[in-house]
Design a protein around this ligand. Sequence first.
Ligand SMILES: [Zn+2]
Length: 303
Amino acid sequence: MRNLSVGIDAGGTLTKIGLVDGNGEILRSLRIPTEPSRGPAHFARRITALLKDWSFGSVGLGLAGGVDPATGELLFVPNLKGWGGFSFRKAFRRSLGVPVVVENDANAAVWGGYAAALKRRPRTVVGVTLGTGVGGGLVIEGRLHRGATGSAGEIGHQTLELYGPRCHCGRRGCLEAYAGAYGIGRLAREFMRRPPSPPTPEAVAAAALDGDRGARRVWDEAGSRLGQGLANLVLVLNPDAVLLFGGVARAGKLVLDPIRRVFAAQSFRRPFQKTSLLALSNRDWGVVGAALLSRERRETSKC
Ligand SMILES: [Zn+2]
């Protein structure tokens, strides 16, 4: 069925692939190990082989890293070493014969949530993806905002504390160093008497729900820091909605309550009262968004 699209969300360890319809429903899905050390050409060949029996009209690929919006080439891809400079657009177009869109994975997830969960009703949306790192994407006036060099929405690397803990990007005090999975692990070792081993967000959330006071402090701290970072964006962009994606978003109230407290304590009340805060963790939004973006590109290129 040519009116279906394939969405691919390639993470550092796992790649999710889905056949997606125009409403963002995933009709068929697969998960494979990414095997980044075998290189991007090998990855492209494996994907092509897996899709040979599927019928679709376009492919969208989301990757953790910088993507040149003009060429679709990968720029800076810290979790997929050696993949920089490779053009998946060319490789897939040649082997699959359909239009291909390559996008940053957080942008793809935010577009998926915006288009399929919010049905494009609001105009301006801030999305944050919570995993090992903290990524983000911005929809401004109904369009995905990529910025001059394609890196818009790097929400996780805004500085919250000049001399704060070290972030994976090399700087100190970034939002990610508090609210990324490794930031939560560090807080667990700091605040919990018996931190779980390993101190994953899921394990710390389970401990907090069991009444562990140290674990609750972890979530208060991570959630407040996330709230600070998101409040900065609400002040700048005055969005209709703020969306949370990913594993940490599954902590639900544990992470949402401190964000709401930070929002409620702001001096400029109106933008915060008008912003809906939603956690979306029930679908592979990166897969959905990549597929829907490729579908849109296909439709606009027909005109
Ligand atoms: Zn950083």
